[in-house]
Design a binder for this molecule. Structure first.
Ligand SMILES: Cc1cc2nc3c(=O)[nH]c(=O)nc-3n(C[C@H](O)[C@H](O)[C@H](O)COP(=O)(O)O)c2cc1C
Ligand code: SF4
Length: 423
């Protein structure tokens, strides 16, 4: 398989402009600047590239929503916040090949008519921020960013803005509020950012990985990109694999690749003595897949959805037979209740209540009714809030209890075999 996003990862000093240029870097920007902005958008639309930040929204379509000639500035915001537990693929791009994302961002900015691009980077990312800042400076020094880019007459500035440790600021409208210097509260949509985003101006927010795929699309055309992957999920996807496996790490996979083959042949399967129990395929908020489902599913949007889960951000968390699913869910509930911004009652209260119930369940202090109560709270949180953080806990609640109910019942009775083994 031809690598698109990770092809330079193993080259020495892969993060420098010198290496990026040697491997054909910034040729796509040059090509794009010779096209009309609408042609660039059409190419990305035709490629079928879907947003890699989690929701999978078609990138070119999002760009085409930006209204023309409003008299207002247009902005591009790159979402490099990457706070979803289990997800660490954007970090790899920023550390190992930041120019690919910068080039993709400049192409996107040109397509939507933006003269300013902001990269909102996770506050905890130290090395990635240093590498990104150095790469932005290099891009300016060679005329790829700033005034009159490559003699085209097009200007675009790139600014790097560091977050301050709030998971919610990865949600695109909270990100915009945070960039404006306000509290990171998600906004009610509509209006969507493409119409009213940063400083109330048309704005496109795209994920790092989404933008890093753009140079390839411009270079090889929509048809070239569509040759890779499946019809409905074209291209490649990064998966960050964690858990008790032989080779955890970041992998680039052609969409449609069988999950079983991936875990066996690429990741090297489980560590000695470990037995696969379940996989969370797309970041901690996604419904879990059982070991049996792992055998049957392919790594693309449609196949994973057919098993009731979502590809999400590609943060693949592998769980073994020693993992207690009640403990795992308590861990998630702790995270989401802590990160809830508190604007919506169902989320603020629901995530907190779920955490309290799960905490007492883990400690063998719960009642039989607590299982139904948890399901009820989860159901009442879903789809009723400003952003989908509430769903990020309600989906795991429904799937963990749905697929591993016996473990929740064992906890209520105080005889969970996993917990007894690990204590
Ligand atoms: C609570 C929450 C956290 C999110 N965190 C991130 C994040 O860290 N990075 C990201 O790219 N998208 C994140 N998203 C999704 C963004 O809101 C948005 O959909 C994405 O940046 C759009 O880019 P894409 O279309 O290229 O995927 C988050 C969404 C929610 C609800
Ligand atoms: S769902 Fe939760 S995190 Fe999202 S806006 Fe409402 S309270 Fe805040």
């Amino acid at each position: 398989m031809e690598l698109i996003l990770t092809k330079n990862f193993n080259l020495p000093e892969s993060y420098t402009l010198q290496v990026y240029e040697k491997t054909g870097g910034y040729a796509a920007l040059k090509k794009a600047l010779g096209m009309k902005p609408e042609q660039v958008t059409e190419e990305v639309k035709g490629s079928g590239l879907r947003g890699r930040g989690g929701a999978g929204f078609p990138a070119g379509m999002k760009w085409s929503f930006v209204p023309k000639n409003t008299g207002k500035p247009v902005y591009l915001c790159v979402n490099a916040d990457e706070g979803e537990p289990g997800t660490f693929k954007d970090r790899a791009i920023l550390e190992k090949d930041p120019h690919r994302m910068i080039e993709g961002s400049l192409i996107a900015a040109y397509a939507i008519g933006a003269k300013t691009a902001y990269v909102y980077i996770r506050g905890e990312f130290d090395l990635p921020t240093r590498r990104l800042n150095a790469a932005v400076q290099e891009a300016y020094s060679k005329g790829y960013a700033g005034r009159n880019i490559l003699g085209s007459g097009y200007d675009c500035d790139v600014f790097v803005h560091r977050g301050a440790g709030a998971y919610i600021c990865g949600e695109e409208t909270a990100l915009l509020n945070s960039l404006e210097g306000n509290r990171g509260y998600p906004r009610i949509k509509p209006p969507f950012p493409a119409i009213e985003g940063l400083f109330k101006c048309p704005t496109v927010v795209n994920n790092v990985e989404t933008l890093a795929a753009v140079p390839y699309i411009i270079e090889h055309g929509a048809a070239g990109y569509k040759k890779i992957g499946t019809e409905k999920s074209p291209g490649t996807k990064l998966f960050s694999v964690s858990g008790p496996v032989m080779h955890p790490g970041v992998y680039e996979v052609e969409m449609g690749y069988p999950m079983r083959k991936f875990l066996h042949e690429d990741v090297g399967w489980m560590r000695p003595g470990k037995v696969l129990k379940a996989v969370i395929p797309g970041g901690s908020s996604m419904p879990v897949l059982t070991a049996q489902e792992v055998e049957e599913v392919n790594l693309d949007y449609e196949s994973i959805a057919s098993k009731g889960s979502l590809l999400g951000s590609g943060g693949m968390i592998v769980l073994d037979e020693d993992t207690c699913m009640v403990w795992a869910l308590e861990n998630l509930a702790h995270f989401y209740s802590h990160e809830s911004c508190g604007q919506c009652s169902p989320c603020r209260e629901g995530t907190g209540w779920s955490y309290k119930i799960l905490k007492r369940m883990v400690h063998g202090e719960s009642k039989k009714e607590d299982i139904e109560l948890l399901l009820d709270i989860g159901q009442k949180m879903a789809g009723k809030t400003i952003c989908v953080l509430a769903d990020s806990l309600s989906m795991p609640i429904a799937s963990y209890i749905g697929k591993f109910r016996g473990e929740f019942e064992a906890h209520v009775k105080g005889n969970c075999s996993q917990c007894q083994k690990s204590r």
